[in-house]
Design a protein around this ligand. Structure first.
Ligand code: ATP
Ligand code: MG
Length: 413
């Protein structure tokens, strides 16, 4: 038996109604906030992610699915996240001179070679949004409000918003020096990867998952204590806007985000009670990304929300029981003539827009009724050859058990 690749999943018809419900809420909320859907390719030139996500990030260093293209020999990668692709698409399709802000959302599979565990898989579906063209914290507040609104509509009262500011290129150098000094005095405790990235990108050390590095990060200098005036006043405005919008938050200096492109505002929505993979949504501002990928100076703010983790959080609150649509009517047919009559009626009902099913297996009445029950049909119509002869049959209400005689030729429901 060939099995699925470790860290991937099958989503069966029993579970897709829950997925569809979540995706529907995401689409409706995003569009209510003025975001339009974008779809980008599953794979891109590796260079896009190396430049966009950052060559010192875990995602690029350890987690990317990268391979040589069959004939051209160039290196391509399955997308590990959505932002870099959206920015590429924006530039490539000449959208950077459109009226601002530009607002895009997507629901896409992303691929990372991580250690599979609850809430962490190698292919995962992410709802992401990106807004370009505004420096104002009003855009940060809008992005956060959208994420909040999706989570609230899904009923997730166990999720809390954590916000932080990690500064811009003005305040970063001083903060960086403070960090390097701190970590240099603890260099023996660091994991090997962190030792090598200390000089290149010390901010990454704050986000390392190694337990020793994680413990060290708690005592590290805080970005909020090193913000320039601009970042500081932006952060104040963001907090005022969130309060005005009635969105609860806590300031959390441990939030730094794992990708290189973030500047200024960063945030996570963290769920209680779902184990170690508790960040259901993470995002922030990335003012240098568009220009670093060859576009103009265009600020951006966005987030990614993993659907599997949302489901874990919903399950924790018993909110995951979403059922699919059930048949209005099931036609049990006994014999060949009855089956043809059944097909005729079912098709007529479907053309009227109704959810109708007819037996196509030719089993016993008992087996057919069991099937109708399992599918949750509201009514059943039992047709045998004598009913076809008479042009009449019994329609049964499955809940009350009431039966009434109906005429087959003009039957509708
Ligand atoms: P983590 O710190 O948990 O690894 P991350 O910072 O790498 O998360 P992002 O790149 O910000 O995650 O992705 C945004 C969201 O996508 C996460 O908050 C999470 O909900 C989801 N996500 C990320 N990686 C995975 C994964 N391997 N499996 C399932 N969901 C994931
Ligand atoms: Mg990660």
């Amino acid at each position: 038996m060939i099995q699925k690749i470790k860290g991937t999943m099958d989503i069966l018809p029993e579970e897709t109604p829950l997925w569809r419900h979540i995706e529907k809420v995401m689409r409706e909320e995003a569009e209510k906030y003025g975001y339009g859907e974008i779809r980008t390719p599953t794979f891109e030139n590796t260079e896009l992610f190396v430049r966009g996500v950052g060559d010192t990030t875990d995602v690029v260093q350890k987690e990317m699915y990268t391979f040589a293209d069959r004939d051209e020999g160039r290196s391509i990668s399955l997308r590990p996240e959505g932002t870099a692709s959206v920015v590429r698409a924006l530039i490539e399709n000449g959208k950077c001179s459109d009226p601002m802000p530009l607002k895009y959302y997507y629901i896409m599979s992303c691929f990372r070679h991580e250690k599979p565990q609850a809430g962490r898989s190698r292919e995962f579906v992410q709802f992401g949004t990106e807004m370009f063209g505004s420096h104002s914290p009003a855009s940060d507040a809008t992005a956060i409000a959208l994420a909040n609104s999706v989570l609230k509509r899904l009923g997730l009262t166990n999720v809390k918003l954590h916000v932080n500011s990690i500064g811009c290129k003005e305040c970063r150098p001083a903060y960086r020096s403070a960090l390097v000094e701190y970590y240099n005095s603890h260099i023996d405790t660091l994991c090997d990867t962190c030792k090598t990235r200390l000089d290149k990108n010390p901010l990454r050390l704050l986000d390392c998952k190694n337990p020793d590095c994680h413990a060290l990060a708690e005592g590290a200098p805080k970005t909020v204590d090193h913000l320039c005036e601009g970042c500081s006043s932006n952060f104040e405005m963001l907090k005022s806007a969130l309060t005005a919008m009635n969105i609860d938050y806590v300031v959390d200096s441990s939030i730094v985000r794992g990708l290189d492109y973030y500047t200024g505002t960063v945030f996570e929505f963290i769920a209680e009670g779902i184990g170690a993979q508790s960040t259901v949504c993470g995002g922030g501002r990335y003012d240098g990304l568009v220009s670093s990928l060859g576009g103009p100076e265009l600020p951006g703010i966005g987030f990614g929300m993993g659907i599997t983790r949302l489901i874990l959080a919903m399950r924790e609150l018993g909110l995951d029981n979403i059922e699919g649509e059930k048949p209005l009517i099931y036609i049990a047919a006994l014999g060949e003539r009855a089956m043809i009559k059944g097909l005729e009626i079912t098709e007529r009902l479907r053309r009227e827009g109704k959810f109708a099913e007819c037996d196509v297996v030719g089993r016993s009445l008992k087996a057919q009724m069991k099937y109708a029950n399992k599918k949750g049909a509201k009514y059943t119509l039992i047709i045998g050859d004598s009913e076809v002869e008479a042009g009449k049959a019994q329609l049964r209400d499955m809940e009350s058990g009431e039966q009434s005689e109906v005429s087959l030729d003009i039957f509708t429901i």
